[in-house]
Ligand binder design. Sequence first.
Ligand SMILES: [Fe+2]
Length: 247
Amino acid sequence: MRIAFITDLHIDTDTEHTQGVDVRQNFLNVLAKVVDLKPHCLVLGGDLCNRTGDATIYDWIRAETRKLPWPTYVVPGNHDDATMLATAFGQNKNLHDGELYYALSLDGFPALFLDSSNGKFSEKQWAWLRDYLKLLRDNNLVIFMHHPPLPADMRSMDRLGPFTQTEDFLNLVRDLPCHVTVACGHYHIDKVVQRGNLLTLLTPSTYVQLRPDTPDFVVSGRQVGFRELNVTVHTVTSTVHYLDHQD
Ligand SMILES: [Fe+2]
């Protein structure tokens, strides 16, 4: 089962490019490339908007993804409004006190879609997550969330915008009999972080990429990409695809 994961679109109003980058065209270019993969579904990993949630931006993205022959699922990022996002993508039933989180079986494989848009989960979301993991037993699990759940050796983001409940997340996952793969964005970089039975796949943005070695945000490149995940009964494999840079 193949999943295409696109994240950190950072789309602004239709009159404004984000810091001079045509992020709408970037997104369309990436979608065109994704079509070749023929995935089971597409997941958008948050920060669809550049500043704050905007219904017209979500509607534009939804209209583009509706043209695709497979379903699109979403998780909110710190620049999103979970309620507006859920409304645009027909996910209101999965809103819980303003957080958008849900579980799906993707072609028979369990997948969780979590809401880290506040940099943490509410107690209610933690309780739901704990209950769900108890049901899973030894199934391998794929999780989609905007933030990496643990530090990723990236000086700026680990300091300025991390997920703030790393220890809680690790404690929850550590004793599971299954392997957990987290596909995430937020850091604007391609990185793989392994800790115990947790594999975290950080995915490049369709806006700009960031340097890992600077204390503040510094752009490392404008080549955009997305992640392909292939899930089988025994393994999850993954590849980042970059588009040719167009200057
Ligand atoms: Fe973000």
